[in-house]
Design a protein around this ligand. Sequence first.
Ligand SMILES: [Zn+2]
Length: 135
Amino acid sequence: MNKLKPCPFCGGSNIFEGNMLLKNRVKCRDCNYDLPIKQWNNRPREQALQAKLDTLRLAYDDFDRVVNLETARLQTRIDELEDTKMIFRHLLEDVDKEIKNILSIIAPAAGKGDPLNILTKSIKAAFELDDERTN
Ligand SMILES: [Zn+2]
């Protein structure tokens, strides 16, 4: 006979196989339950549940693998987008510096008054400054 499984009622392993009084039976010393030896290890419900559990574990492992792959893929995409964001941030900083640089050149020549007039004057002044530099 195969090795006896733990008690089907309390899970205990303090069991013994038949003696003179308990012929062809197995008894648990913890809960005093006893069964015929042939039935002690026969647990169709437990075996069916174990088979379902094994199937679910395999399905879970597959799912877990897919989730991990997808997580890694998304993390790579997030990293790419973060890099792109940094590039745009640096470009914006460069443009901002350039605008401040241009304003520092044209502001003194702008004077006061209508904003459009100021801008026109400023642009003209900037070109004149540019002409003076090239000449
Ligand atoms: Zn028991």
